[in-house]
Design a protein around this ligand. Sequence first.
Ligand code: HEC
Ligand code: HEC
Length: 241
Amino acid sequence: MRCTLLLAAVNFMLLPGLASAQNGPQNLEFYPTNITRGELIAEMRHFSFALGVRCEHCHTPNENGRGFDFASDANPNKEKARVMLFMTDAINSQFLPELRDRKNPVVEVTCKTCHRGTVRPRLLWQEMVLTTYEEGVEAAIEQFSQLREDYDNSGAYDFREQETNVVAEELAREGRHEDAIAIWMMNAERFPQSDAIQSGMGESFEALGDTTGAIQAYEAALLLNPNRNDVRRSLDALKGE
Ligand code: HEC
Ligand code: HEC
């Protein structure tokens, strides 16, 4: 790759103007410099779609405000995308071929395999935990509704029960029990039949020393699933106190 890049630079110096006259690419580090414009643009469209962005997410506008200086590396997202190109290529050409008995055609990792139409491929629970840390749990709950509206059915986020239970579990693990309870309550509204939500909520109430809240949640869990002996034991222990 380095070698091709050097050659391209030399050509450019010897024949000033030619590269731009031909309007060929001038600053490729990943793609071969003889890639056709059509092929390159097809790749670029694929990026844009995979990340849910437009060309300007990675490319710098021309100074006169018309069109883009595509060769410029001024936009940091372009360099990040380059790292991603080399990474994706390494996965496909170095790591995956180590697997035995692959089916043909092989499963190729593409930008969309991870990004699924988002700029940063975080899982729903990762988005919500991050937002809770940065902006508070109410913001995370709002974010849930917004993502659901924007991405429902796109496959970008998993909106099933387990995924949002993980948000509460992660927060509880960090000792943020009030935040965890707020998420459990959101989940209980969506999945009123889930004993897992009620028992998780009970544990956070218990951790906060709210015995009334804990008993109420454990009883709700047992009503939904009388086989939860672990919950029954916790409840008995609380009532015995
Ligand atoms: C996610 C980031 C990203 C997006 C979005 C993106 N590009 Fe690019 N583009 C790159 C990267 C990275 C390179 C350099 C590739 C390399 O080093 O081989 C590049 C290179 C180019 C080049 C070659 C420039 C040169 O002279 O070297 C053109 C032309 C281009 N992009 C057009 C587009 C168009 C048109 C769009 C919108 C449809 C677009 N790009 C969207 C990241 C992006
Ligand atoms: C194996 C999964 C995976 C693949 C494949 C992948 N990405 Fe990424 N990408 C990530 C992760 C994870 C991050 C976030 C890294 C971080 O910020 O810690 C990321 C971040 C980025 C960013 C920076 C986002 C930001 O604003 O910080 C860009 C741009 C990007 N990817 C573009 C691409 C493009 C273009 C492709 C295809 C050539 C691609 N990615 C393929 C996982 C992937």
